[in-house]
Design a protein around this ligand. Structure first.
Ligand SMILES: Cc1cc2nc3c(=O)[nH]c(=O)nc-3n(C[C@H](O)[C@H](O)[C@H](O)COP(=O)(O)O)c2cc1C
Length: 177
């Protein structure tokens, strides 16, 4: 069993959730190999070998991020005093590929392979969340999306994650295998 988790993250919250999901998969199936990769490092060779593909990203403007929203995210961080390192990381991420362009290069060869979508978001009530768009794209690449898209909550626009979300992500990951 080979699980590949691909994430996009501007401020690190989605990365933390992705890593917790990886821990959950590993706890549920210690024999499984798990790759947890930022979108810039997730090439087609890695995804080609997955038996389970999990994809997640931050919610921007009620959906998946765009080039413009990622630049906005980096600029917002740069305005905050004491957030210089986070802003630098966010700018680097904004320069790299987002999930939208990653899906363009993902071969449509998912036939029957299990998949799941998640996002992080600031407010459940206001937002449809990026996970719906991710699940739609997984479906259009012929993956078999086996659970409802899931959202994990960040307390402020840039985090931290709400208390309990790491544990919830671990349990969500464990239930996938
Ligand atoms: C440009 C921008 C737009 C956002 N739009 C939404 C939104 O529509 N709904 C929401 O719940 N959160 C929104 N957020 C908050 C993000 O979801 C939050 O920054 C993200 O989950 C943090 O994940 P990350 O640390 O992995 O980047 C927005 C954030 C930014 C920077």
């Amino acid at each position: 069993m080979h699980t590949v988790i691909v994430y996009e993250s501007m401020y690190g919250n989605t990365r933390e959730i992705a890593e917790a999901i990886a821990e959950g998969v590993h706890q549920a199936d210690p024999e499984a190999s798990v790759d947890c990769l930022p979108v810039a490092r997730a090439d087609t060779e890695t995804t080609r070998t997955a038996d389970l593909l999990v994809v997640g990203g931050p919610t921007h403007m009620h959906g998946m991020s765009s080039g413009a929203s990622r630049r906005m995210a980096a600029m917002a961080e740069a305005k905050k005093e004491g957030h210089e390192d986070a802003a630098r990381e966010a700018y680097e991420t904004a320069e790299g590929p987002g999930l939208r362009s990653w899906f363009h290069s993902l071969p449509k060869t998912g036939h029957g392979i299990h998949a799941a979508a998640f996002d992080t978001r600031a407010d459940m009530r206001r937002s449809g969340g990026a996970a719906n768009g991710i699940a739609k794209r997984l479906n259009s690449h012929h993956y078999d999306v086996v659970v409802e898209p899931e959202g994990f909550i960040v307390e402020e626009g840039d985090g931290p994650l709400r208390q309990g979300e790491i544990e919830r992500a671990r349990a969500w990951g464990a239930a996938l295998v």
